[in-house]
Design a protein around this ligand. Structure first.
Ligand code: SF4
Length: 321
């Protein structure tokens, strides 16, 4: 498969139960692997400060399914959710990765990194030499990795873990590493965004990124652009209550300032997404989420009237409204 075909595939509508991605990505990956034996993407998945929602969302991948990702795309070397190893055996895997035992690998970080008090608010392992903080682990693994992927908004920008008053001093991964970090934001991340990014890394390397270092093929247009209620917005017909069929800009929808393809990619086996389920987009892929989106049900102009922190109520730089 050519790169241009892959990009088009990722941007195609995936809500028609057509198995579009599994029908085309997996054969392409298998073909790639048959031409490049032993080249499955080696992955170290480190969970830090988040709710665990991103690995749950990842498990909901359907095009391709989770077992197909594991058997045909990636070689998951470490994940405290998915691996059987525990204790010192598990820690040994991380040491091997840092020492280059596995060769080039992709580091996925799920969660923010607490900085306060030396990072003591997130401990990934305890050893006879003392605790290993997430901060130290990300520093060491990040320096050794070929690619670093931040999965979810906490890892990308701090997210809910860094929400005011941010008592742990949490930040996104890019703020602790002096290197490129590919941000695959979302609270949680859509499995297509993460699996599509991993497939791109495997076959073509780093995808085109937007100004927030997110893959443009998933975040390049706003939610507002393809929203099924857009005609109501254009006709200035706004909902008064949740459950009304009109545009929910009046109820705090952040779609006009949020880059993501939710309206057509959708969630949970491509079945639904917030606006389809009668609740406004809360801008979970944004750099300033959740503080910049709150109060969730206050219209955008009023959210920003007080001049609080965050982006302005418009599309992000480089995004198409
Ligand atoms: S403001 Fe929200 S509900 Fe209205 S069209 Fe835009 S994305 Fe859809």
């Amino acid at each position: 498969m050519e790169k241009a075909d892959f990009l088009q595939l990722c941007q195609d509508n995936a809500d028609s139960n057509s198995n579009t991605l599994s029908a085309k990505i997996l054969p392409a990956v298998r073909q790639y692997l048959s031409n490049n034996p032993g080249k499955k993407l080696p992955v170290i998945w480190l969970e830090t400060s988040d709710s665990g929602d991103n690995n749950i969302a990842f498990m909901n991948t359907t095009y391709p399914y989770l077992h197909q990702v594991f058997t045909d795309m990636i070689n998951l070397l470490y994940s405290n959710t998915f691996m059987a190893a525990q204790g010192s055996d598990a820690l040994q895997l991380l040491k091997h990765a840092v020492e280059g035992y596995f060769g080039p690998f992709t580091l996925i970080v799920e969660g923010a990194i607490p900085l306060k008090d030396g990072g003591i608010y997130n401990i990934i392992a305890r050893t006879e030499n003392g605790p290993i903080t997430a901060l130290e682990a990300v520093h060491r693994l990040g320096a050794a990795a070929q690619y670093v992927v931040a999965a979810g908004t906490c890892a990308s920008f701090g997210g809910a873990s860094a929400a005011a008053p941010n008592t742990t001093g949490s930040v996104g991964v890019s703020q602790v590493l002096n290197r490129q970090v590919i941000n695959v934001s979302g609270c949680p991340v859509n499995p297509d965004w993460l699996v599509g990014t991993l497939a791109h890394l495997l076959m073509f390397g780093v995808p085109e990124l937007d100004d927030l270092n997110r893959p443009s093929l998933f975040y390049g247009v706003t939610v507002h652009r393809h929203c099924q209620r857009r005609s109501y917005f254009d006709n200035k017909e706004f909902a008064e209550n949740l459950g009304d069929i009109e545009c929910m800009f009046s109820l705090g929808c952040s779609g006009p300032r949020t880059g993501a393809d939710c309206p057509y990619r959708q969630w949970i086996n491509h079945v639904s997404w917030p606006v389809k389920a009668n609740t406004p987009c809360i801008g979970c892929t944004n750099q300033d989420f959740p503080d910049g989106s709150s109060p969730f049900f206050t219209p955008l102009p009023q959210k920003f009237k007080t001049g609080k922190t965050g982006q302005q109520p418009s599309a992000g730089k480089g995004e198409k409204v």
